[in-house]
Ligand binder design. Structure first.
Ligand code: SF4
Length: 383
């Protein structure tokens, strides 16, 4: 199979020192098993040697990829280069938990070929970090940012979380400004989600904590865009900001534009747009490794998206980005009549000032970004 659009390679590192209160990503609190995992991972890579994609991003996410030693990280990046057609100028990102990073490991990752770090700061207040169950303090987050700079990482992303119980707009504004003071290339600002099955969700069910009111979350969302715009950041996706288009996350843009990606590691998802097939790996590390020992791909299940699903995904993901939905691409994929339906469905939202129609696109306005999912639901109803 050949593919003209460059693909993304995602590797899920399923280890954490301790689970955070709000997290529903798959990870185990058992770093002693990392060596066995790295062996399994290289075996999994070999199974997809002939995948036929040309990759221009590699993203080590998790979990806590910064629990890898620099040697383990190098083993993974080298195996990726050896096994796949990974371009020489690929964006290679590693997610860092400040509680696990030292100047020596960050500098070791750089030698391993990592050229972009995403640091999970989440908050510059110890009280909030404590509530979230993070293993690090505000001071260690700041130390990790400084160490990353010292190690030569210019392309630095910071993650922050807002909408914690009791968080005032002033506190959130202070966090945003503190982050911007470090002049990272990229910022991701996520509204805290109370996912079912997490300890945070249980606190809510037991009546011990509850999410802030929607109106306050809307204000915080707006404040995020306003403060960061003043500091020179452009919101290019609902939760993501960059100082320039070149500093956006090349890897994450692949998910939003339905580009091909190959996900390796427990619970990782893959997508092949040429065949409209999405598949995902087993979540449990034991099952993942057992399949690989038996020479089998550790795939839990797969689905083939029909046309309606492809349209819905294009609308939902497109409206979360500042670029919006590309009408020419839409017409090429779904036909002229579908384009007319989409344009008609978008008209009321343009009249409400939520969507900006341009000859080529239907894209959310600054205000519309807040209602991206609601708009997508309204449009999909009319398709
Ligand atoms: S460090 Fe990240 S992946 Fe690990 S539990 Fe916390 S939020 Fe989840």
């Amino acid at each position: 199979m050949t593919q003209t659009e460059s693909a993304g390679l995602y590797i899920h590192i399923p280890f954490c020192r301790r689970k955070c209160l709000y997290c529903d990503f798959y990870s185990v609190e058992d770093p002693a098993r990392i060596p066995a995992f790295v062996e399994g991972l290289t075996a999994e890579m070999s199974l997809y040697r002939s995948v036929g994609f040309r990759f221009d991003t590699l993203y080590l996410g998790g979990g806590t990829p910064s629990l890898l030693t620099p040697n383990q990280a190098a083993r993974i990046t080298e195996a990726a280069h050896k096994t796949f057609d990974l371009s020489a100028d690929a964006e290679i990102t590693l997610e860092v938990n400040p509680g696990t990073a030292t100047a020596a490991t960050l500098s070791g990752y750089r030698s391993a070929g990592v050229n972009r770090l995403n640091i999970g700061v989440q908050s510059f207040r110890d009280r909030h970090l404590g509530f979230l169950g993070r293993i690090h303090s505000a001071a260690s987050a700041e130390a990790a940012i400084r160490a990353a700079r010292k190690a030569g990482f210019e392309h630095l992303g910071l993650d922050l979380i807002y909408g914690l119980p009791g968080m005032s707009p002033e506190a959130w504004k202070a966090d945003l400004n503190r982050a911007a003071d470090f002049e990272p290339a990229h910022l991701s600002c996520y509204l805290l989600t109370w996912e079912e099955g997490t300890p945070l969700h249980r606190l809510w069910q037991e009546g011990r904590r509850r999410p802030p009111p929607d109106a306050l979350c809307a204000d915080l969302f707006q404040l995020t865009g306003d403060v960061l715009a003043d500091r020179g950041y452009v919101r290019y996706e609902v939760s993501n900001f960059a100082r320039s288009p070149a500093l956006q996350s090349r890897h994450n843009r692949k998910y939003w534009s339905l580009a091909p990606y190959l996900g390796l590691g427990p619970s990782a998802h893959s997508f092949d747009p040429g065949r409209s097939v999405r598949r995902w790996n087993h979540r449990r590390l034991e099952r993942y490794l057992a399949d690989l020992s038996a020479g089998r791909p550790p795939v839990a299940d797969r689905e083939t998206l029909d046309e309606e699903q492809r349209m819905m995904e294009t609308v939902y993901l497109g409206l979360r980005t500042a670029a919006g939905i590309d009408l020419i691409d839409w017409e090429r994929r779904f036909g002229r009549a579908a384009r007319e339906r989409l344009e008609r469905a978008a008209e009321p939202m343009a009249a409400e000032g939520l969507l900006e129609p341009t000859p080529r696109r239907r894209r959310p306005t600054r205000r519309g970004m807040r209602y991206a999912d609601g708009m997508a639901a309204r449009i999909c109803d009319q398709l």
